[in-house]
Design a protein around this ligand. Structure first.
Ligand code: NAD
Ligand code: SAH
Length: 414
């Protein structure tokens, strides 16, 4: 059962999956283990994550462990139709289309929930929200789930606080092996990959405005600095603003940054970070993009309202001409620039994030009764296991505490 663009596209999708597989040694190791031990025997998994090659490989690893998979994307522009075709060609249930309308996107989420999942793997909270709102009868079959991203966890915690979250969810994003690498180095690299391949413009010597100095913002700013840009940070948290200042970046409100910026990247998880107030002060040629949540950080309604003309200026760059003759350029409709205008984080980064996903899914299959209904941390043993395996793959060894040292650092009476 599937709904995709065209299964005959499978060959190029298969090549992409084989390429990432060769660069995802943690997941490959888990695939070998799962094929032997079948931790997901008789388990149905609903998954909504950006449907490109690394996610496809995660799906195969879970299926290799015995799971029956029901798969969709987590953003209408990040689905790669050839990758979806490769999964369907291998017999998986996939419901996803690149450029899906809002109605199609919602219908695809419904299809995977109708697969009656025992485990949910979510990215931004869409599946969990849907099962609670529209399919309450299926909640009883859910052992638990995993949430991939920062904003999803904020939403789960809000549900938990209202007493509305009816099964255990594991906050995968909050594992150290996830946010310290994926959000920082992954977003740092893949955002610039998306911007560079889309604009083909120089970054050195330009002013780059990064809205939000969280884990993602730190990565994006660090890499902008590496390109030789002058980096400006906008923040609402005074401590994060101090961190940015001490890192050598300028800090100012968006209304001020708007006047000088060449590139604007939002990574806040908040809405209306760039609105008409900023747009009216922007320079001719300013480039706007988002790497935070969905398409709400840049107010595209405001852009449309102030434009006297819109024009596709280059593949994936929409130009908005203002009444006073300035072009403001928006990449990928204001959706995640690294995934809607690129292939997302590199394979070696998603190897860690998805190894945590796979191990957490296994934990749920085997130990769901140990988890509380609500938001759970990733078991520390999983974080440690992933870091140890990754260091081994890199050929890096580290020191171990002696018994004496262990006693020393844990005692007060020394
Ligand atoms: P974070 O909580 O570490 O950082 C967010 C920062 O934005 C905070 O410092 C906060 O103070 C700041 N902020 C909030 N509202 C703001 C506003 N209006 N103006 C300026 N700053 C504001 O979160 P994070 O882990 O960096 O994630 C940020 C967003 O990116 C989330 O939506 C997350 O889901 C998403 N994310 C995207 C990718 C990707 O691949 N593009 C990867 C990981 C996370
Ligand atoms: N569905 C929302 C959620 C934000 S996605 C949206 O589209 O706006 C942010 C998550 O995407 C991150 O937590 C990161 O782990 C994940 N991601 C980044 N690169 C990816 C890739 N190549 N494949 C799959 N997921 C990726």
């Amino acid at each position: 059962m599937s709904e995709i663009k065209d299964v005959s596209l499978w060959e190029s999708g298969e090549r992409k999956i084989q390429w990432v597989k060769a660069n995802m040694p943690l997941l490959s190791g888990l695939e070998k283990e799962f094929v032997q031990t079948k931790p997901f025997k008789n388990i149905r998994v609903a998954l909504s994550v950006h449907l490109e090659a690394k996610t496809a490989y995660l799906c195969r690893v879970l299926a290799g462990g015995g799971a029956e998979m029901f798969v969709t994307g987590s953003n209408p522009l990040s689905t790669q139709d050839d990758v979806a075709a490769a999964l369907v060609n291998g017999g998986m249930n996939v419901f996803a289309l690149h450029g899906a309308t809002a109605e199609q996107y919602d219908a695809h989420l419904s299809k995977v929930i109708e697969g009656r999942p025992n485990i949910i793997i979510d990215d931004g909270g869409d599946l969990v929200n849907l099962i609670h709102n529209k399919y309450p009868d299926l909640i009883g079959e859910v052992l638990g789930g995993c949430e991939e991203t920062t904003t999803g966890i904020i939403r789960l915690k809000a549900m938990e606080n209202d007493g509305e979250l009816k099964f255990p969810m594991i906050a995968v994003n909050n594992a150290r092996c996830k946010y310290l690498f994926d959000n920082r180095y992954g977003t740092g690299q893949s955002v610039w990959d998306g911007i560079n391949r889309t604009t083909n413009l120089v970054v050195a010597g330009k002013k780059v405005v990064v809205a939000g100095y969280g884990w993602c913002g730190k990565g994006v700013a660090m890499r902008a600095k590496g390109f030789g840009a002058d980096v400006i940070i906008t923040e609402i948290d005074p401590v994060k603003a101090m961190e940015a200042k001490m890192e050598g970046f300028e800090v100012m409100p968006m209304t001020e940054a708007a006047k000088v910026g060449d590139f604007f990247i939002t990574v806040t998880g908040c809405k209306d970070v760039i609105t008409e107030e900023a747009m009216k002060n922007m320079k001719d040629g300013a480039i706007l993009c988002n790497a935070g949540h969905f398409n709400v950080e840049i107010n595209t309604g405001d852009l449309e309202r102030i434009a006297v003309k819109t024009e596709l200026r280059r593949n994936n760059i929409m130009g908005y001409l203002t009444a006073d003759g300035r072009w403001i350029n928006l990449i990928a409709e204001g959706r995640l620039v690294n995934l809607a205008a690129g292939d997302g984080h590199p394979a070696e980064i998603m190897d860690m994030s998805f190894a945590i996903q796979a191990l957490c899914a296994k934990y749920i299959a085997e130990n769901s009764s140990l988890l509380k209904r609500g938001v759970n941390n990733v078991p520390e043993s999983i974080d440690t296991e992933v870091s140890r395996r990754k260091l081994k793959i890199w050929g890096v060894s580290i020191d171990r505490l002696s018994e004496e040292q262990e006693k020393y650092i844990n005692s007060w009476n020394v």
